[in-house]
Design a protein around this ligand. Structure first.
Ligand SMILES: Nc1nc2c(c(=O)[nH]1)N[C@H]1C(S)=C(S)[C@@H](COP(=O)(O)O)O[C@H]1N2
Ligand SMILES: [Mo]
Length: 430
């Protein structure tokens, strides 16, 4: 059942769509449970548009000043750290060179279907409900209730399934729909929270349960053509839910920031970002398989290389690598440059990274600076001393402990998910 195509990479009506959504918010025609008009106005104030007429929203890409805000994102988005893409903000991968293993909260990418709801932790509750509970009723937890469960700390990246999407077009000449990320729709943080398994069991998890579906408290998502898909929600099979999934209330030692799910988000290690539902308000526990647009229309592979009717819903992330270097960076000749980057995989830790400075004709091993960890990344470096001026193509190719190596090309899918091919990164030697 396909409801509607998602917006193409450069959708001409994206700006007018954002304006329409904002005017719906302001007039009270669209609202999410738990988000008062007052908090909404506070949010809009933080985003720099309160008091302005609904049609005076700064447009992404309209100029240097406009690049510092995105509709619905609360935190500042300095141009040195972010590229704004509609309602989303991509981290500039080059700027991660200044960071350690953990991506600081201020630099962490934001992927919002609508807008960050600024929620009050003291009024927040989580409702666990559905016919997969042995009593069939519903159970509520406050944040204090959650904090009485044993706390768990875990390092994990959150990466959008569409990270690298624009490379389908720029490197493979293929059309895809969705946000035109380069490689910065990823960040790694130290999350602290409680095991979803503990909370489900306390809620009365029954023997017949098969799926759980967390749902966000942000506004209904309305597609560019006006179809209301409801609030962001995506089912998880019970096996994953009971394995390593957290209900996280801290990110890098601080309460979750508004843009990253305050007060509580789901954190699903190794899986595509949309699984990690932010601002979670309720979790349905079901005795039957569950469906939402996010595991039927979106986040499956459609296209000639894939099964008719689409692939299974996407789960684990693929293998990727990125240089901590601007696109077309300038480098001096006859100088030894210590080039750095990161590689990661959702299946297993990255155990080997090879690099090339001639577009993949010759490779040499990069030095790895982190132990391989599933659901994490490894930082690496490679020394390069270019002898003559000109245009060069850098490449990095990672292999994980499950034996997966980045391929030369990624089979096309219409929505541009899971780009795992070796990226050709241009630089200029002067
Ligand atoms: N409630 C809610 N959860 C959400 C989203 C959203 O728009 N609303 N976006 C999802 C997607 S597509 C991604 S990639 C991650 C991004 O997490 P971040 O914004 O903290 O980086 O959140 C996921 N969780
Ligand atoms: Mo995503």
């Amino acid at each position: 059942m396909r409801t509607s195509p998602p917006a193409p990479v450069t959708h001409p009506s994206e700006a007018s769509y954002d304006r329409r959504r904002l005017s719906q918010w302001l007039s009270g025609r669209a609202h999410a449970e738990g988000v008062s008009r007052r908090t909404l106005l506070r949010l809009l104030g933080a985003a720099g548009v309160a008091g302005a007429a609904p049609f005076a929203v700064p447009l992404a890409g309209a100029g240097p000043a406009a690049a510092a805000t995105a509709p619905g994102i609360v935190k500042p988005l300095p141009e040195a750290w972010f590229t704004v893409r509609g309602t989303n903000a991509e981290t500039r991968f080059a700027s991660l060179a200044e960071t350690g293993y953990h991506t600081p909260n201020e630099r962490f990418f934001v992927r919002n279907h609508t807008a960050t709801p600024v929620l009050d932790a003291s009024g927040w509750t989580l409702t666990v409900w559905g016919d997969g509970l042995d009593h069939g009723g519903s159970v509520e937890f406050t944040l204090d209730d959650l904090k009485r469960f044993p706390a768990v700390t875990r390092d994990a990246f959150v990466e959008c399934a569409g990270n690298g999407r624009s490379l389908f077009t720029t490197q493979q000449g293929q059309a895809v729909s969705g946000t035109a990320w380069t490689l910065g729709a990823i960040g790694a943080a130290r999350w602290r929270g409680v095991r979803l398994a503990d909370v489900l069991r306390r809620a009365g998890l029954g023997r017949r349960a098969v799926d759980v579906m967390p749902r966000g408290l942000d506004a209904d998502y309305v597609t560019a053509d006006g179809t209301n898909l409801g609030r962001v929600r995506r089912p998880l099979p019970l096996a994953k839910a009971l394995d390593d999934v957290l209900l996280a209330y801290e990110m890098n030692g601080e309460p979750l920031p508004p843009d990253h799910g305050h007060p509580v988000r789901v954190l699903v290690p190794s899986w595509i970002g949309v699984s990690s539902v932010k601002w979670v308000g309720d979790i349905q526990v079901s005795a039957q398989p569950l469906y939402s647009p996010w595991n039927t229309d979106f986040y499956r592979l459609f296209g000639d290389a894939h099964p008719v009717g689409g692939s299974a819903p996407l789960t684990r992330q693929t293998v990727k690598s990125a240089w901590e270097l601007e696109w077309n960076a300038g480098l001096a000749r006859d100088t030894t440059h210590r080039l750095t980057g990161r590689s990661w995989s959702g299946a297993a830790g990255v155990v080997r990274v090879e690099v090339s400075a001639d577009g993949g004709a010759h490779w040499w091993p990069a030095r790895l600076h982190d132990a391989p960890r599933r659901g994490g990344w490894v930082r690496w470096s490679a020394d390069w001393r270019p002898r003559s001026p000109g245009a060069y193509t850098l490449a990095a190719r990672a292999t994980d402990a499950a034996g997966r190596t980045q391929p030369d090309t990624t089979a096309h899918n219409t929505q541009g998910y899971l780009f795992d091919a070796v990226v050709r990164h241009p630089v200029t030697v002067t």
